[in-house]
Design a protein around this ligand. Sequence first.
Ligand code: MG
Length: 242
Amino acid sequence: MKRTFCTFLLITTAAVINAQMKPEETEDWSRKPAIVTPGKMNQPPSDAIVLYGGAKDIVNWVSDKGSPAKWIADSALTVAPKTGSIKTVRSFGDCQLHIEWRTPAVVSGTSQGRGNSGIFLMGLYELQVLDSYNNETYYNGQAGSIYKQYIPLVNASLGPGQWQRYDVIFTAPRFNTEGEVLEPAIFTVFQNGVLIQNHVLLKGPTEYIGIPVYKAHEEKLPLMLQEHGNPVSYRNIWIREL
Ligand code: MG
């Protein structure tokens, strides 16, 4: 009853104030949005950092151990099995990421063994890459899953050998000075233009075994691409820091 009266009072007060206001009073001129030129058909927008544009060199990448990256660099960047994962030289936190990927046209293996790779934001939080076209596996491990945490909303996978794309909005987790997590990592993901993860809050870093637990880390960390033994390719990788 009390709350209903308060709400009524609030609405009435607002109505009285609003009746005296001008349209200009609710205009916000505090931040002029920067002009960004959108990329034409598959090209990055003007303010993106291009991490791999098909330049045949892996200048922006090193192996996850820090030594030179040994993946095959051509018009695309392809996993060289048994050479380890690779990571960016630069570090990133909150970002928008565009990345195109292709699982091998010649299908071999099943479940997690077919076209497996992964995109680890901050080297810790995996967006799964897998050939999930007619390839059953645990649902929180298929393409577009936040590995072992979130099943994708739908399976928007194209067939093996076809280029697919992820557009990712990622918010890095925030920690306090005691190292406790204040805000979790957040993913929104489109696969081939289809929403597959809608603002999901991560339980912690990706774990293959066991329950994820946050450990405080830097505000920015390198992006990592996983080597999982399958020759998965990547191209047109660009990122916008937010
Ligand atoms: Mg993987």
